[in-house]
Design a protein. Structure first.
Length: 138
């Protein structure tokens, strides 16, 4: 149940045999994202449980989940870009149905991230689910 944007990333990864090439591609995805304004980098948007500084800023309107994110670490910015591709623009109910672990495994990220980065990725996924869940309830 991946978005077209995520499918495009998955297709790109199929052509990148070497993990270092994939890693560089993730970093490039992060570099291509617009940064989050400093005014939005506050405690309410900060994600705890990440080794680096991470902020996720939701913009939920008419039952559609949109968000932006930023980090002080380039690889993490890239992971945020992958998560944006996976979740941005989905109906709220669909956000909660996405098997993010399986989708990320398609990219091989589960095998190549350090324990700290894996924990940070889990924290970001938990925050995304929490935001979608709260918006569904509210």
């Amino acid at each position: 149940m991946a978005t077209a944007a995520f499918e495009e990333i998955a297709e790109d990864f199929e052509f990148l045999d070497d993990w270092e090439d994939r890693y560089r591609h993730v970093i490039e995805l992060g570099k291509a994202m617009h940064p989050v304004e400093d005014a939005l980098k506050v405690a309410a948007t900060k994600v705890d449980g990440c080794a680096s500084q991470v902020w996720l800023v939701p913009a939920i309107k008419d039952g559609v989940f949109n968000f932006r994110g930023d980090s002080d670490a380039m690889i993490v910015r890239g992971l945020i870009a992958v998560l944006v591709a996976l979740f941005d623009g989905l109906p709220l109910a669909d956000v909660l149905k996405v098997d993010a672990g399986a989708e990320m495994a398609r990219l091989g990220l589960d095998q190549h991230l350090s324990a700290q980065r894996s924990n940070g990725l889990r924290s970001m996924l938990e925050r995304i689910r929490l935001l979608a869940s709260q918006a569904t309830e509210g």
